[in-house]
Structure formats: C-alpha cells, structure tokens
Design a binder for this molecule. Structure first.
Ligand SMILES: [Fe+2]
Ligand SMILES: [Fe+2]
Length: 549
C-alpha cells in the first residue's frame, strides 16, 4: 500500500518568512507618521489640551478658542505635529510584532487553504489595505470629538470576514484581533489624537472593532445563501452598536445625541460590510483564484454547462452524483465540514465520465458492456481515466481548486478492485500497483466525506436487500474498509466524525429506501370518476368496497 507522510501544506518556511518581512515593512510604512502636519483646530473649536507659550496660558483645555488664540497658538508652533524618534520606533516595533504573529500562525497552524504565493499576497493585500484605510479614516475623524462615533462607519469587520470566506477561519479570528489593535494604534498614535482622547476611547475602539469582526466571521463562515451576507451585515451592525453603547454608559456626561450617531455609524458599517463581502469577495476570488461562497452557490445550482452535459450524456452518473450530494451534505453539516463545498464537490466528482460514459456501469442500463472486449488491465485504465479526464475538463472550465480536489481524492489511491481481482484470478502474482487510482488520498474532511458517500451510494444501489439492517451493515462495511485501507489517514476526520457520518448516511438512506406501502386498489367511485381527473392504476377488484360506501 502506498502510504504518504501527512502533507505539511504548500507553504515553505522561506515563503512565510518573506511574507512576514514584507508585512512588517508594509505595516510600518502605513503606521509611521511620515508626513508631519498640523492638528486641526479652528476658531470656535474647543481646545483639546491646554496651550501655553513660555509659561503663559493661551487657551485652557475645554475652552472655546477665538481667532486671536488660534493665531497665537499657530505662531508659537503649538499645532505642529512633531514626530520624534520614539513615535517612529513605536510604530516600527508594533509593525514587526504584528507581522510576526501572522507569520507564526501560518508556520505553526498551517491553514490548509493558504497555499501558494498568490494567496499569501491576497492575505497581505487585505491586511495592509484595511489598516491603511483605518489609519487615514480615523486620523480624519478622531481629532474632532463629533467624529468619535462616526469613525465606526468604516466597515473594518469586512477584512476578517473576507479572510474567513476566502482563506481560513482561524486566520480570520487572528486578523479580527490584530486589525482592531492596528487600527486603534494607527488612530491614537497620531499626536493630536493622542492628546485629545482618553484611554477609554482607545479601549472602546479595540473592543468595538474586534467584537464586530468576530461576529461577522461567525455569521459568514460557511455561508450557503446570499441571505447569509445580509445576516452577517446585521450582526456586525448590532455588535458595533452594542459595544459602543456599553462604553457610552461609562461616560460621566452622557449625551443622547450620541446614541443617534452610534446608530448611524453602525448601520452604515453594516451596509458597507455587505457590499464589500459581495463585491470584494468576487473580485479577490477571481483575481487570486480562490473559490468564493457566491461561486460555490452558483455551481450548486447545477446550471454549469459541464453538469448539463453530464445529465445528457451520462444520466446514470448524474443521478449518482446527486445522490452522493444528498448523502454527503447532511454528513458534512453534522461534522462541521463545509456542506456547500461538499455538495458542489459531489456534483463534479465524476465529471470525467462524460467523455466515455458507456464504460461505467451506472450508464450501461443493461445494454452492451464495452469491457467485455477489453483485458482487465485496459479496463482498469479506462475506469481510472475518468479522474484524469475530470481534471482536464475542470481545468479547461477553470473550476475552483477546492472543487477540483474532489476529482482525484474521491478514489484516493484505491485499487480498481473489480478488474484487479479479475486479473489476479488469471495471474495471482500480478502487480496491484498497476490497478491503482493516481491519488492523492483525501486531504480534507470534505473530500473524505465524498469518498465515503461515493462508495456507500454505489454499494447500497447495487444491493438487492435494502432493509434497515442491510443498509447499516453496508455503511459500516464501507467505512471500516476505507479506514483499514488507510485512505482516510491524511484527512482531518476523527473517529467520532466517522461515527457521525455513518449514522447520518444510515438515516438518509433509510429515508430514500423506506419500505413502500402497497396501495389498495382504487375504489369504484374513482373508476366512475375517470373523466374527473382522479388518478388510478387499475380497476377495483373488490366490488363490495363501492357498496360499503
Ligand atoms: Fe469516480
Ligand atoms: Fe462516484
């Protein structure tokens, strides 16, 4: 048996290192205040600190400043932002620390979907873009105390949500925390904001941004309908509002108007989040070749030309794929796997059979079997060819990589059993390796579930006995066999997942193959109403039935 070491994902440590360095530099450029400017203070504003020149107080903190005051303050150079070495060093250290956290996460947790340089670039773009947006936006709104709540209009939560739907849930949770810290650092690191705001405001920013980001991730993860984006937007808005409201309760002088401002800000942020999630995930997904939820939802509609062709040319395989989808989707749901991806994977797993449908039993419909003319060796090649043909087709149609993975992984490195045994009958010393599918073994929970559902569907369909006991026996037999063969070794399925999957298969199959109730013969009244649209199958055999009524 071919056994492989558990893959260590496609990200070599060198790539993670370069990503970390590039992120640290990019974040430092965004956070370090390279352009000194002036704090905004105009005539009629309230002084955000006490301004004094040579011991003489020009304006006290909290006082309204006049034209004259402004002139004196500006003349003394008191409004100029001075960025000292300490400011730059602080931003540099925070940038290095933050980038290292992302690097360490990638190195230690090896999220399976963050593979290849393109995806790293996408992650970097999302992080840096959002931190830059937060830095610019908050530096405009914060120095003015009216802008304190309006700053929360910026849909910061959309960044971790995009990462959750395009890349990895754990990475998204890390980003929700980091982006809250970086946005708050970027905002309050500016000297004018630093002097105008208290510690409670910066804590409020970290809390509101982190909590709303987390709420968004949880709401949008594994979204399988467009409605889920609206719900996610609503949760982001609601959590932002509640977080801001809780800090407002701590204020010594509460102003009722603030509640209105908070409501406006959280609503705008909710709407912005939905728009960015719909549009941004589409654009980023297309640009970086990642399967988006919307793309998967479209593929699950079965309107894809490849599925239409499968339905037309290989109706048996098409029906099998739909059944596998029904079986697997429920099992995926119960084990916390991505049910939408599993359904789409089921539809496409045997798509390669569209090329030569007659070589597969489910399409022969009792007609001629072309394998009768072939030796077992050639037959096995023909059968396993559907994996290679499927990969070629999905490559041509540019299906997402995560969907394509179902094609080689649903057979793993198993034997084309029937033809191997046939060949072994003639030559017991025959090399089994020649009869294997190319693999790899299932690398994820999702493809492993399809491997199991695929075999279970086939054996139950082939069995004449479909009693509950027989179904239970067949399901357990298939699962045990795959475990014994080591085909599930590289997937993330646990023993308890396997139990749940088995139970789910059994209950779905019992629903499909429940014992049919024999219909009583139609009554005389039904036959008499023949023209009245009453359905019947045969004329009544029991004449007494009509007289009894
Ligand atoms: Fe297959
Ligand atoms: Fe299949």
């Amino acid at each position: 048996m071919i056994s492989r070491a558990r893959p260590t994902t496609g990200l070599p440590p060198a790539h993670i290192f370069f990503f970390t360095v590039a992120m640290a530099v990019a974040l430092a450029i965004v956070l370090i205040p390279v352009l000194p400017g002036e704090a905004s203070l105009e005539s009629g504003d309230i002084a955000f600190k006490t301004f004094s020149d040579g011991g003489e107080v020009i304006a006290e903190e909290g006082q309204r400043v006049t034209d004259q005051d402004i002139e004196r303050i500006r003349g003394a150079g008191l409004l100029e932002n001075h960025f000292g070495f300490a400011d730059v060093l602080a931003a540099g250290i925070i940038s290095i620390l933050s980038a290292s956290m992302f690097g360490l996460y990638l190195y230690l947790f090896r999220p399976p979907d963050v593979i290849g340089i393109r995806r790293l670039v996408m992650l970097g773009v999302i992080i840096v873009l959002w931190v830059a947006a937060a830095r610019v936006f908050f530096s405009l709104t914060l120095p003015d105390s009216d802008g304190l709540y309006l700053g929360y209009m910026l849909p910061v939560a959309a960044a971790p949500m995009l990462v959750a739907t395009l890349l990895d849930g754990g990475l998204a949770v890390l980003l929700a925390g980091m982006i809250a810290l970086l946005a708050a650092f970027g905002a309050y690191h500016l000297p004018d904001a630093r002097s105008s705001a208290g510690s409670i405001e910066s804590l409020q920013m970290v809390s509101a941004l982190a909590l709303s980001g987390l709420a968004g991730i949880f709401a949008v993860r594994n979204a399988d309908r467009v409605n889920n984006y609206a719900t996610a937007g609503l949760s982001v808005g609601a959590v932002t509002f509640l977080a801001l409201f809780s800090f407002w309760l701590l204020l010594p002088n509460r102003d009722g108007v603030d509640i209105l401002l908070m409501l406006i800000a959280s609503s705008v942020s909710a709407i912005g989040t939905v728009i960015i999630m719909m549009g941004g995930s589409y654009v980023l997904g297309a640009a970086f070749g990642v399967a988006t939820r919307i793309q998967l939802m479209e593929l699950a509609q079965m309107t894809h030309p490849l599925l239409r062709e499968l339905q037309e040319k290989a109706p048996g395989t098409f029906h099998h794929s739909v059944m596998v989808g029904n079986l697997a989707e429920r099992a995926a749901d119960l084990t916390g796997a991505d049910a939408l991806l599993v359904r789409v994977g089921a539809y496409f797993h045997d798509i390669g059979k569209v090329a030569k449908p007659a070589y597969y039993i489910e399409n022969q419909m009792g007609g001629e079997n072309p394998h009768d003319r072939l030796d077992p060796d050639s037959s096995a090649k023909m059968v396993s060819e559907h994996v290679r043909a499927g990969l070629r087709l999905t490559g041509r149609y540019r299906l997402p990589v995560r969907v394509r993975a179902f094609i080689p992984e649903h057979h793993g490195t198993r034997l084309v059993t029937y033809f191997y045994r046939k060949a072994a009958l003639a030559d017991p010393a025959i090399d089994a390796e020649r009869f294997r599918y190319p693999g790899p073994k299932p690398q994820s929970k999702e493809t492993a579930i399809i491997m199991l559902a695929d075999s279970v569907e086939a054996v139950v369909r082939a069995s004449k006995d479909r009693s509950h006991e027989k179904i239970d026996e067949l399901v357990e037999g298939v699962i045990d066999e795959r475990v014994q063969e080591g085909q599930l070794d590289e997937s993330d399925l646990t023993l308890s997942d396997l139990k749940t999957i088995g139970e789910s298969f059994k209950s779905t199959l019992r629903g499909i193959y429940h014992p049919r109730i024999e219909y009583p013969a139609p009554s005389r009244a039904e036959t008499q109403n023949r023209g009245g649209g009453v359905a019947y199958l045969q004329s009544p055999t029991d004449a007494t039935e009509a007289t009894r009524r």
